[in-house]
Write a protein that binds this ligand. Structure first.
Ligand code: 5AD
Ligand code: SF4
Length: 437
């Protein structure tokens, strides 16, 4: 039997879809296909911004005809949006043809829900509140060789005032260090060349929930696993960045010289309204500390424009921070009010045209900086881990440890190999060149 998974949102969701594929495989769905051929279609949704939700609603709605035509086709909707307060009801009313709705905490039960649905006419809905359990025991179907993702913790306690994640993913729970280490060792033995440790807030990792192994200690332990591989981690919160983390990064060449450290805004007043618990000055001092340990480390970030009450001057503080820190790239977002969060109820929501004008200026500033930084690579060498083939371009591609995408031509597949790229051209975050060996 065939399956098709549609994923929205972040890396966390991409990896969760690999776990969904693992569950489906254990229940007889062995081949991934397009939606026309599928016997089950699973939507792994995201609700972090309104447009991600609208996108999912549109795509689910578009399946009405296929569902009517194809007897036996199952449609399941899971992930953050399904977990959102009141959303399961709306989904059922709007799309009565949905067979299964499962929340973020109910993913491990998906297999059993499928079996139940096959025996009953009524939709199966499970959006029970979080379980303390963090070991789901699911063997993911990994789809990104030579890269692999490993969850180290789930949930978030930070309650940034704009963010819905703590509501839909629950409180922080860390996996046991020995389980994480065993998974990483297995991945390296299986030939994976890059491991990314995942968590909403990796710096809060606490192996036993009582001040056991900390994140820098865990990172040190994973980086000490034998074998040639690269190590990345995301996402970090600036309020928890420590010198110890910078020191561990310096200690291991395996840890990529790239820190993704979302700052969100360059204005202290907005940072405080966002409940971020650091100032611009504190953030900049962390970057300075990081660069004392690792002078060549690149920093990327997330930025939000148009947060309630943000003035033109405050927006410009975000622009000036982009230059001050020298981010090599950034994810830029227009603030999106999320029901139930503090910010959604704030006075002074910013009109859409103002938000649009600000995001355009920000994107231009970030892109200009990215181009400027990439241009410096021309004529130099950088080691990339070849991860894919771009059929349209007819080129192999992979990232270097600084997060830049490198493209090159080759007669044979280099996927899974570390390749020295001699850079001849730069375009945005992408580098083009020739493979040296
Ligand atoms: N509106 C816009 N961006 C948001 N993010 C989280 N919540 C919102 C929201 N309501 C962004 C933040 C976060 C990233 C994952 O998504 O920048 O770091
Ligand atoms: Fe959301 Fe803030 Fe938690 Fe990140 S740290 S998931 S932005 S609440």
């Amino acid at each position: 039997m065939n399956y098709h998974i549609v994923t929205y949102g972040c890396q966390m969701n991409v990896h969760e879809s690999e776990k969904i594929a693992g569950i489906l495989r254990d229940h007889g769905y062995t081949r991934e296909t397009g939606e026309e051929e599928a016997d089950i279609i699973v939507f792994n949704t995201c609700c972090i911004r309104e447009n991600a939700e609208n996108h999912a609603f549109g795509n689910i709605g578009a399946l009405k005809k296929l569902k009517r035509q194809k007897k036996g086709l199952l449609i399941a909707v899971g992930g953050c949006m399904a977990q959102e307060e009141g959303k399961a009801k709306i989904l059922r009313e709007k799309f009565p043809f949905i067979d299964i709705i499962f929340g973020t905490h109910n993913l491990p039960a998906l297999g059993e829900m499928i079996e139940r649905k096959k025996k009953q006419k009524k939709a199966v809905v499970e959006i029970a509140p979080e379980r303390a359990q963090t070991e789901d025991g699911i063997q993911p179907v990994r789809t990104s060789y030579p890269n692999a993702w490993v969850n180290i913790m789930y949930g978030c306690n930070n309650f940034c005032s704009y963010c819905i994640v703590p509501y839909v993913r629950g409180r922080e729970r860390s996996r046991r260090a020995e389980d994480i280490l065993a998974e990483c060792r297995d991945l390296v033995s299986a030939g994976y060349k890059e491991i990314t440790l995942l968590g909403q807030n990796v710096n809060s990792y606490d192996s036993d929930g009582q001040g056991g192994m900390s994140f820098p200690e865990l990172l040190d332990a994973v980086a000490s696993v034998e074998g040639k591989f690269r190590l990345r981690f995301m996402t970090s919160h600036p309020k928890d960045f420590t010198e110890e983390l910078a020191a561990v990064m310096q200690k291991h060449a395996k840890i990529c010289r790239l820190l993704h450290l979302p700052v969100q805004s360059g204005s202290d007043r907005i940072l405080s309204l966002m409940n971020r618990r650091y100032t611009r000055e504190k953030y900049c001092s962390e970057i300075a500390l990081l660069r004392r340990y690792l002078p060549d480390c690149e920093v990327t970030t997330d930025l939000i424009v148009g947060f309630p009450t943000e003035t033109e001057e405050e927006f410009e503080e975000t622009l000036s921070l982009v230059r001050e820190v020298g981010f090599s790239s950034a994810f830029t977002f227009v603030y999106s009010p999320r029901a139930g969060t503090k910010a959604a109820a704030m006075q002074g929501q910013i009109p859409e045209d103002v938000q649009k004008a600000r995001i355009m200026r920000l994107v231009e500033a970030v892109n200009a900086q990215t181009r400027e930084k990439s241009a410096k690579y021309v004529g130099k060498r950088t080691e990339i881990l070849c991860e894919d083939y771009d059929a349209k371009k007819g080129l192999y591609l992979g990232r270097d440890e600084y997060g830049r995408m490198g493209y090159f031509a080759d007669k044979r597949s280099r996927i899974g190999e570390f390749v020295t790229l001699k850079v001849t051209e730069a375009n945005g975050i992408s580098l083009y060149g020739t493979a040296e060996d």
